[in-house]
Design a protein around this ligand. Structure first.
Ligand code: ATP
Length: 388
């Protein structure tokens, strides 16, 4: 664990970049430092690897004061990734990645093998190994930067706005890749960004800093969204705070209706029995085909091309309430289709039921806070899948 204890950085011109900052950065998780320009994020990150020395206060790594460690030993335990990757332009991809292992005295062959392994790990085609940085896209360069930082297998990764210079689609890919790498390798990552959405998506813990390098709030993202500490944090979080918070709520307990789901060979009796405006028709294997009003269905002659599209389905327990709500809102019937991980229908759920689940979750969330427990973290805040 990294502990920042009442650290202040005053630059020689008198600028107070960081003001009595204290943070406990947990092991094997992603801690994000976020805040407006000039609030001291980069300075804080650089104090962790001693590129900047604090004016006051202490930083401990696994209980030991980093001031007492040789800078080279300290930096060897910390990979560092910056915006635009900062690659060596005259070195190939493989040699860029192998830089630190080579400095540590690894043989050329071993270092290159390690580089090839890391290229795969960060999602780079090994066919690019011999290219130079200028022959890569921005996103690919950034992946090389991450691979280079991981090359000597440091326990800590410091990342300073690493994905800020790429377009939103590439950026989302890099973020997803980082979450996957983190899950696989369990690094302790300190990540600087000015983008609150990126912070909420990636962070296990998020530190919101305000100008003058003061800590405004330090909390898991779900708690940040539900209980911003003050008007500054609330303003910084921006609009749609309530909707974004749904990304952290699980769909495990959603009650699914099955009486309105019918197979393709449903009898007239079965079609007539359901008391609903729409029925969901499945194929013979239980996969969704589409919606129809019961009166438009003829038993024994259900025609898939006459059904309304069923839209995007969700997977209960994997997708968040935000995804389920989105599916229901986009559905032509207002009902979302729940499937299992093989795509077979488990049931359907209305906007009304999802709304009830949201209210219950909010009430439970309030109780949890009143009990002094940390906010429930149902998974990642991305717009994709959330672990239940
Ligand atoms: N070497 C320096 N000398 C004097 N002041 C500095 C120095 N480096 C940074 N600062 C000042 O310290 C404050 C914090 O800077 P820092 O780069 O840590 O902020 P930041 O939150 O990372 O900003 P940004 O998001 O714009 O990169 C700013 O006011 C900056 O101008």
């Amino acid at each position: 664990m990294i502990r920042i204890e009442s650290v202040t950085k005053r630059y020689p011109d008198g600028t107070v970049a960081v003001d009595r900052l204290s943070l406990e950065i947990p092991d094997r998780s992603i801690t994000v430092l976020v805040g407006p320009s000039g609030c001291g994020k980069t300075t804080t990150l650089r104090m962790i690897n001693r590129m900047v020395e604090p004016t006051e206060g202490t930083i401990l790594l696994d209980g030991a004061d980093i001031q007492r460690q040789p800078v080279t030993t300290l930096r060897r335990s910390m990979g560092y990734v910056i915006q635009n990757a900062g690659l060596f332009q005259h070195r190939t991809v493989v040699d860029n990645i192998a830089t630190v292992p080579r400095m540590l005295g690894w043989g050329k062959q071993r270092a290159r093998e390690r580089a090839a392994e890391l290229m795969e790990r960060v999602g780079l085609d090994t066919a690019m190994a011999k290219r130079y940085p200028y022959q890569l896209s921005g996103g690919q360069q950034q992946r090389v930067g991450v691979a280079r930082a991981l090359a000597a297998d440091p326990p800590v990764l410091l990342m300073d706005e690493p994905f800020s210079a790429v377009d939103p689609v590439v950026r989302k890919g890099l973020q997803d890749e980082l979450l996957r790498i983190q899950e696989e390798l369990g690094k302790t990552i300190v990540f600087v960004t000015h983008d609150i959405d990126e912070a909420v998506k990636l962070g296990t813990m998020v530190a919101v800093l305000r100008e003058g390098g003061r800590l405004a709030q330090y909390a898991p993202p779900a708690e940040l969204l539900s209980d911003p500490a003050d008007a500054f944090v609330e303003d910084f979080l921006g609009a749609d705070r309530g909707i974004r918070r749904l990304s952290f709520l699980t769909t495990t307990a959603l009650e699914l209706a099955t009486d309105t789901v019918i197979p393709p060979d449903a009898t007239a009796e079965r079609i007539g029995a359901a008391d609903a405006a729409h029925l969901l028709v499945t194929d013979g294997e239980g996969r969704p085909l589409g919606w129809s009003e019961p009166r438009r269905l003829t038993a024994g002659d259900i025609r898939p091309d006459q059904l309304l599209p069923y839209g995007r389905p969700f997977v209960p327990g994997v997708d968040s309430l935000r995804v389920a709500l989105d599916c229901a809102v986009l559905s032509p019937t207002g009902w979302a289709v729940a499937v299992d991980d093989t795509g077979r229908v488990r049931g359907v759920v209305s906007q009304q039921t999802i709304g009830d689940a949201i209210r219950t979750a909010h009430q439970d969330g309030r109780t949890a806070h009143q009990d002094g427990r940390t906010a429930h973290r149902g998974g990642r805040a991305g717009d994709e899948k959330v672990a239940g």
